[in-house]
Design a protein. Structure first.
Length: 367
């Protein structure tokens, strides 16, 4: 009987959600299916959803420790302890910045991880070195360059994809090709996230285009002695590797259009490849921060999960949770919103609900 009641309750929730999509906040957010919501729209979306679900949310409460307590768990918080039979850890995959600065603690050199970067006015005058050319590094480098700063961008291996192709956004194609449904078992060895941008209306990131506009591309920072950095070889190879991934995706879309048809106009401009700039054909082997008047370094070196607050043996040697589809090896412990939890879209705002439904069913089935 309880399973039947749960099913009916979920159907009622789904019906309410369908009506919720027709409210002003959601209509305004989805007027342009290929557009980019700003901060206010995203916050409004979440607020409206929270108001609809009406859970007993406790805002401004920090969970400092999670431990076992008999058959259940105890979460120690800044507002007292909370006991529970089941716990879902949904803290996301971007918790702890990766990497210390290779420049150490140099006097007069402003250094900040991308997670703490706010805007160009935060930085001292002079040129800027951005270390790391993922989505954050590329967007920060472009923003700084648009303000007139001299920018150096250290580029390593990356996964470059088009923002739009044949009239549709990248995310639309990921769904249409069902790439976002790729199960974790088929993920492959690469852990590179796509280098994409939604800034300035959304556009494809092209490092050769960056160079043509005046950004100086560097290879990976190999070592640092004082204020001089040695640059590892391989910049051209990194760009070529990104080209392979980029062209492979375009080929997948083209193949889909050939097989299925549809109103997807040819898009030759997206196939255009700019020539390698001088900073690629004759890459720098060193860079002297003082000689280049570089007074700020931004570390766009990524993130890792940080579950040190969980005092339960539920993790491997690298601190990753031991789980399958979000169900941990420890009964009653669950994880949600991590990259590739069950499939590619597990950490997408539009995809995390799939995993949430699986976990909800599992929890209900254990009662």
């Amino acid at each position: 009987m309880k399973n039947v009641e749960l099913f009916i309750e979920r159907e009622e929730i789904h019906a309410k959600l369908r009506s919720l999509w027709k409210t002003d906040i959601f209509r305004q957010s989805h007027d342009d299916p290929d557009g980019f919501a700003d901060l206010a729209a995203i916050a409004g979306f979440i607020d409206a959803y929270a108001a609809f679900v009406a859970p007993p949310i406790r805002c401004g409460v920090n969970v400092t420790k999670l431990s076992r307590d008999g058959a259940g768990f105890v979460a120690e918080t800044s507002n007292g302890a909370i006991a529970a039979r089941n716990v879902v850890v949904a803290t996301g995959p971007y918790q702890r910045p990766i990497g210390a600065s290779p420049f150490g603690d140099q006097s007069g050199l402003f250094q900040v991880h991308a997670s703490q970067y706010r805007n160009p006015a935060q930085l001292p005058a002079g040129a800027v070195l951005v270390v790391g050319a993922g989505a954050s590094g590329a967007q920060i480098a472009e923003e700084l360059h648009r303000t007139g700063r001299k920018v150096f961008l250290s580029v390593g291996r990356h996964n470059r994809l088009p923002r739009r192709y044949r009239g549709r956004d990248l995310v639309w194609w990921l769904e249409k090709l069902r790439i976002d449904q790729t199960p974790v078992e088929q993920r492959g060895p690469s852990r590179l996230l796509p280098v994409i941008s939604g800034a300035y209306g959304g556009h494809t990131v092209d490092f050769r285009g960056f160079a043509a506009d005046g950004i100086t591309l560097l290879g990976r920072i190999a070592s640092v002695t004082g204020h001089v950095a040695d640059i590892a070889p391989g910049l051209a190879e990194s760009l070529a590797d990104g080209d392979v991934r980029y062209a492979g995706f375009l080929a997948m879309v083209d193949d889909y259009v050939r097989r299925r048809g549809g109103d997807f106009p040819e898009d030759p401009a997206t196939h255009t490849k700019l020539p390698d700039p001088a900073c690629v054909t004759h890459p720098r082997q060193q860079i002297d921060l003082r000689a280049e008047n570089i007074n700020a370094v931004i570390l766009a070196t990524g993130y890792r999960v940080d579950f040190r607050w969980i005092d339960i043996p539920a993790f491997d040697a690298n601190g990753e949770p031991l789980q399958r589809g979000g169900i941990a090896d420890i009964p009653g412990l669950y994880f949600l919103g991590l990259q590739w939890l069950s499939k590619m879209r597990s950490s997408f705002m539009s995809g995390v609900g799939d995993d949430a439904a699986v976990l909800a069913d599992h929890i209900a089935g254990t009662r």
